[in-house]
Design a protein around this ligand. Structure first.
Ligand code: SF4
Length: 216
């Protein structure tokens, strides 16, 4: 049976409260010094762990210290530099296209604007939400990565499969002032206990409100 909107909202409030108590300092795990580096790290994080991205960017951001350095890089060399993150050809093209676009259109500054961000190479709504939320403190939406998607479904906060629909569902049941912290806490919880391969429900502080949908 599909849960009513009010019961879902009540459960969402309980889940939010427990998550924030459990992960009071949840924040973005991608190392960066500014919005541009965060954008590059987020592009690199597709299908890759944050730990591996941080290892790669430790040297990458020393070698390419500005948008201009990425824009003028030899693409084949940049590909090799980011190769450990996987899908390196597409990612190198996206990063270079992103760097060129912000130089040409925004004087080298990353725009703090959703409509502008999603038109830039390599930037979808998830990446734009990461940049806006973490670099600028702007809650324009909820970051829906693989952890947030999986946990939202297991917790019965959405029945949707696609990230944009999941995000819309979360935006209706989570207060806007919590959007940024909520996704950070969900990502930490996905890593800690509610993994893709195994959910550790016996040890989980959310076991009471969570309906554990699809968990075997
Ligand atoms: S109770 Fe189980 S399914 Fe629900 S959040 Fe915790 S680990 Fe995940």
């Amino acid at each position: 049976m599909t849960p009513s909107r009010s019961s879902t909202a009540t459960r969402a409030a309980k889940i939010r409260e427990i998550l924030f108590r459990t992960y009071p300092n949840a924040t973005c795990a991608l190392a960066h010094r500014n919005a541009f580096e965060l954008a590059v790290a987020t592009i690199l994080s597709a299908q890759c762990t944050d730990e591996r991205v941080n290892i790669v960017t430790r040297t990458l951001f020393k070698k390419y210290a500005s948008p201009s350095a990425f824009a003028h890089a030899d693409l084949a060399v940049l590909e090799l530099d980011i190769r450990p993150t996987g899908f390196y050809r597409n990612k190198a093209r996206s990063i270079q296209g992103f760097a060129k676009a912000i130089i040409e259109q925004f004087g080298g500054e990353v725009p703090a604007d959703m409509d502008a961000l999603v038109k830039l190479p390599g930037v979808g709504r998830k990446t734009a939400n990461v940049i806006l939320g973490t670099a600028f403190g702007i809650a324009e939406g909820v970051v829906v990565d693989t952890h947030v998607a999986r946990l939202s479904q297991r917790m019965g906060l959405t029945e949707a499969e696609d990230p944009e629909h999941i995000e819309r569902d979360l935006m209706t049941i989570i207060p806007r002032e919590n959007w940024i912290a909520f996704s950070h806490a969900m990502i930490l919880h996905g890593r800690a206990l509610c993994g893709a391969r195994k959910a550790h429900c016996d040890e989980c502080p959310l076991a009471e409100p969570c309906p554990k949908i699809g968990v075997r």
